[in-house]
Design a protein around this ligand. Structure first.
Ligand code: ATP
Ligand code: MG
Length: 566
């Protein structure tokens, strides 16, 4: 999209809002919210919701609130609240002054609950959780009224207050909406609005021992904030009648429209926070920001850019049917973005020493190397060259297979930005027989990559000068799961059975060109022929640590090509 305006986004949500604007039904502008529960780190699925919530607000000159949906005291932590804010900002969105917590509305939720009770629309039920389930019926059979359903309002008000005071045990009573126990939608069969939980809350402390249910707290929070469009994922579609019922039966004076869209699912990935937490807790990964995690902090540490994620979200768009997106598409957008932004450097991952016998000892030359052929404004850098260099082990074969054009005895290759060299002999480890050193001769007339006689060579290798390079640790990451659908686990095991045992390979003895010496954590590079790499956040003063973001091989474009040729 360089230099061009991006086309306006089109999807059913934007169409609905556009239609409302045209009919004059839109009121004073669009207000959306992103309502994460602070019980984990944000993942790429949340990015889809964030791009929609904030994106729609931006496009329609409205605003988007960040609201922590913190109505579930046990699982919530400050760490999550901080990371969520950091990740949204990193993606490039901003809620400005509109930061809210559902827990700020606890007094109001309580007040609206008492309103419902006084109106005979909610009651305290003493059935235990098992009985409640039993009375609820099934999708094909109606439920049965609770024996407590006809309690007079006065008694309900008194009991509800005593629930609040902590006089009853957890699970002994709930406040329920009085709707219809034979409603075809199970969510409407007198759903619970409040439950007793004798747990301190990270913001309200010990003040409450009753906590509102999501289906009660969410519509009220939306209404209190003047949200116009409450965008949520499809699993809430069946809850919409309850969302509307709550707002229709209290005097809150605002009725946002709930619109549901499909969740993002990705192949080779689990997205449930419960599962991600398990991976962290069980030490299967190094933390929520392990570069193999689908979390935004993991993707950031891997070297993925916010633009790559936003372009990916634009491309997958928003619709009404659940589907699973090929993770190769995300990788494609990461590659595409880094191709424009990442500086090209030379790095040897598995070094093999190469001595140029006819190159003067002690001599150093410097070559000018372009930083990014895709971006001339990125400039050039100096690349030192000397008699002893390192090349990739894999770029040499003593006995070359057919079609192998890299180094083998007698063959000539180009060293990128430098000279042509021909392999003359090899030195082997006497004990193992492994080739440990190559001896070559260079052609001084090939300086810069061509010869006067226009001699062709079939391969160009990357290299670093042994006396100038720096050591580095490189972490080669692969997909965390070995199967497309990690949730399809064999009988008797769970999704962890599908973890890819080779998702991390650590190379300790890598050699980088000296320009990478002071590269800052978070900086990304393209290692010529090897992929994109990002300096790890833990990379300090010692040998730098880099994470492989993605290889150069683009399986997505290939797949698309194949499909379009069909
Ligand atoms: P989990 O089920 O893993 O706990 P959640 O949906 O409860 O996730 P929330 O923190 O409540 O997570 O999510 C905040 C918002 O992000 C919600 O509006 C939710 O619909 C949306 N969201 C969560 N996961 C996805 C996803 N995979 N794709 C799109 N939107 C998502
Ligand atoms: Mg949720």
């Amino acid at each position: 999209m360089d230099g061009q305006e991006k086309p306006a986004k089109r999807d059913f949500v934007r169409e609905i809002i556009n239609a409302e604007l045209q009919d004059g039904k839109a009121g004073d502008g669009v207000v959306t919210r992103f309502p994460p529960e602070p019980n984990g780190y944000l993942h790429i699925g949340h990015a889809k919701a964030i791009c929609l919530d904030f994106g729609v607000a931006e496009e329609f000159d409205g605003r988007c609130h960040l609201r922590f949906d913190d109505t579930n005291p046990e699982k919530e932590e400050e760490e999550y609240i901080d990371s969520i804010q950091e990740d949204i900002k990193w993606l490039g969105f901003n809620w400005g002054k509109h930061l809210y917590y559902a827990s700020d509305y606890y007094d109001k939720f309580y007040k609206y609950a008492t309103e419902l009770i006084a109106d005979g629309k909610a009651y305290v039920c003493d059935l235990n959780p098992d009985d409640i389930r039993h009375y609820r019926g099934t999708p094909t059979e109606p439920g049965k009224n609770s024996p407590y359903r006809e309690r007079p309002a006065g008694e309900n008000l008194e009991l509800f207050e005593r629930m609040k005071k902590g006089e009853f045990e957890e699970g002994s009573r709930v406040l329920r909406a009085k709707i219809d126990m034979s409603h075809p939608n199970i969510n409407m069969r007198d759903p619970a609005l409040y439950r007793i939980k004798k747990v301190a809350h990270h913001r309200t402390g010990e003040k409450w021992c009753i906590y509102p249910m999501y289906d009660f707290a969410h519509p009220i929070s939306d209404a209190l904030e003047g949200i116009t469009h409450s965008l949520c994922t499809l699993e809430f579609e069946d809850h919409r009648p309850l969302y509307d019922w709550v707002l229709d039966n209290i005097t809150v004076g605002c009725h946002p429209r709930q619109i549901e869209f499909a969740r993002l699912n990705l192949t080779y990935t689990v997205m449930s926070k419960r599962k991600l937490l398990k991976l962290v807790k069980d030490g299967r990964v190094s933390g929520w920001d392990d570069p193999r995690m689908p979390t935004l902090s993991g993707l950031r540490r891997l070297g993925c850019t916010p633009d790559a994620i936003r372009n990916f979200c634009d491309r997958i768009s928003v619709d009404k049917t659940n589907s699973t997106i090929d993770i190769a598409l995300l990788e494609y957008f990461i590659r595409e973005d880094l191709n424009k932004k990442a500086g090209r450097v030379m790095a040897v991952l598995n070094p093999l020493k190469l001595v140029i016998d006819n190159y003067p000892e002690g001599k150093t030359e410097e070559f000018d190397a372009d930083n990014n052929p895709e971006d001339p404004s990125a400039g050039t850098r100096k690349l030192p060259f000397s008699r002893t260099i390192y090349v990739e082990k894999d770029d040499f074969r003593e006995t070359p297979p057919k079609g192998y054009f890299r180094l083998y005895p007698g063959n000539e290759v180009r060293l990128k930005h430098a000279y042509y060299v021909t392999c003359k002999r090899v030195v082997k480890d006497p004990a193992t027989g492994e080739v440990v050193e190559l001896h070559c001769e260079y052609d001084p007339s090939s300086r810069g990559g061509g010869t006067p006689d226009n001699r062709k060579v079939k391969s160009t290798l990357h290299w670093v000068s042994a006396g100038h390079c720096i050591d580095a640790e490189i972490r080669l990451y692969d997909r965390l799961f070995g199967t497309e659908n990690p949730d399809a686990a064999p009988e008797g095991s769970d999704f962890t059975a599908n973890l890819n045992p080779d998702s991390l390979k650590i190379l300790k003895n890598c050699k980088l060109e000296p320009s990478l010496k002071n590269a800052k954590p978070g900086k990304c590079f393209q290692f010529l022929r090897n992929g994109y790499f990002c300096v790890d956040k833990g990379s300090g003063s010692g040998a730098p640590v880099l994470n492989r973001t993605v290889t150069l091989k683009d399986s997505w474009a290939k797949m698309e090509n194949k499909q379009s040729k069909k």
